[in-house]
Each structure stands twice: as C-alpha cells, then as structure tokens.
Design a protein around this ligand. Sequence first.
Ligand code: GUN
Length: 292
Amino acid sequence: MTILDGNKVSSDIKLEIAKQVEAIIERGEKVPHLAAVLVGTDGASMTYVNSKVKDCKMVGFGSTLIDLPEETTEEKLLEIIHELNTDKDIDGFIVQLPLPKHIDEQKVLMAINPDKDVDGFHPMNVGRMTLDLPTFISATPFGILELLERYNVETSGKHVVVIGRSHIVGRPMSILMSQKRNAGNATVTVAHSRTRNLAEITKQADIIIAALGIPEFLTGDMVKEGVTVIDVGITRVPDDTKKRGYRLAGDVHFDSVSPKSEYITPVPGGVGPMTRAMLLKNTLLARERHIL
Ligand code: GUN
C-alpha cells in the first residue's frame, strides 16, 4: 500500500510555483494576485480562506482577503464582484462557498469574469472543461488529477467509480477522468444517494473517488484487493478528546480500506493540500493569460 502524500506533492508544486514567481520578479513583471471573498463566519470556510491567503504569501503572490459580514446583501456582493472583475491588479479571485442562504449562489458565480474565475465554477469554464478546451479546472478535481499523475497511477482503461455528483467535485471528476488526457481515459461510473447496491459497484472499481461527505462511509468490505482510493471528504466530527473539540474524518474508513489498497490518500494530508496548491497554479495561469 502506497500513501498518496498530498502534503509532499503540494509542497513540491508550491516550490515550483515560488520559482516561477522569482522568474516573474526578475523579469520585472507584476506578481500574480489572488483575492478571496468570504461571507459570514463559518468555521471551516474561515480556515480554508485563511489557508489560501497564507499559501499566496508562501509562494510570493499578492493576496487580498475580503471578509464580509453574514448579513451582506446579494446586491452588495455582486457590486464587490464587479469591482474585482475590473481591478487590473487582481488576476484571479474566488468566492468561498457555501454562501449564506439569502444569497443566490449560481447568480454570484455567474457574475465572476470567467478569465478571473480561478475556481473554475463559472458555467463558461465548466462548459469549456466538458469540451476539452483550455479553462480553469476546479482546484479539487485538478489536484486529484495531479496527484494521480505524479504517482504514475494508471487510469487508462480502468474502471473509476466516483461517489457523489456535486458541482465542485463529483460531476467534474467524472467528466475529467473519462476524457482523453493524462490521468484520464477511464471508464467512469457515477454513484450517488439514489444508487442501488452501491457495494456491488464499488467492488468492481479499480479506482474509487469518494466525494459524498459522509464520514467513513466507504469500508473495507466495499472494495476489492488492489484498489486505488481517493478520499475527498473532510468532515469535522465532534470529539471531546481533542483540544479543538473535533477531529477531521474523510469519507473512507481508512483502517479497513487501506490494507486492501494499492494507493490511498489520507485525511488530512491527501486531497486537501492538493486543492490549495492547484488554486495557486490556476492563479499563475490567470496571470499568464492576462499578459498574453
Ligand atoms: N467550498 C468548498 N470547496 C471550495 C472551493 O474549492 N472553492 C470555493 N470557492 N469554495 C469552496
């Protein structure tokens, strides 16, 4: 069993990006600049956004955190997005999801300039992705592809089972892995909450991507020997023995699945850090596209 070490690979990627930033500075050009918009005080979202800003500093990017109160109106948020769309200093920006219930998420995502949409959530970029055109691939699916590629995990002709059909992970992942690409050319099954006899399907999988958001859902009896498992879940499970009052659990029951796995991602330290690294990669890409 080999651990797909997201911490290690994401550090490598960040070092590569930092070197590219040094070259940008040597050429006397403007460094990439990422802005992140956070609405409200959701604990996990605050942690994620702060990490994204910290990552920018680490590789030498400029960063701006726009921290808005929970009661921010949709109109105000759209106004801020318009400002970011037209601010020449900002190469890319993200609006952290989920948004408070009174704000229409799709309306907000559609207001983002697709050329600055480093999350790849705009329908234009999702459409481009499905048509194999150059685009911003969402950071989590992009990170999973990169992790599979860097560990030379064979995907061509393999049966990939994606559990979950979210817009952020399951849906794009299922499309990407079926495409003619590195870490692609797979035969893909998408399973979800209405799937019957899930274990019979997962037992046929060469690669399982668990992205359903239920802690420790995938257990050892649901997988075959030699499977590769990508665990996208990261849920805060209450735990009084921890100082912070919770532990982080993936969608995979690691102790029973890992002995049967050829490759497996841990939680934490698997997909999470890869997502952060690929957002930086997309921001660098946005900067390069704006120069062209
Ligand atoms: N919420 C959970 N994952 C993400 C992500 O990748 N981007 C944004 N903007 N919000 C998220």
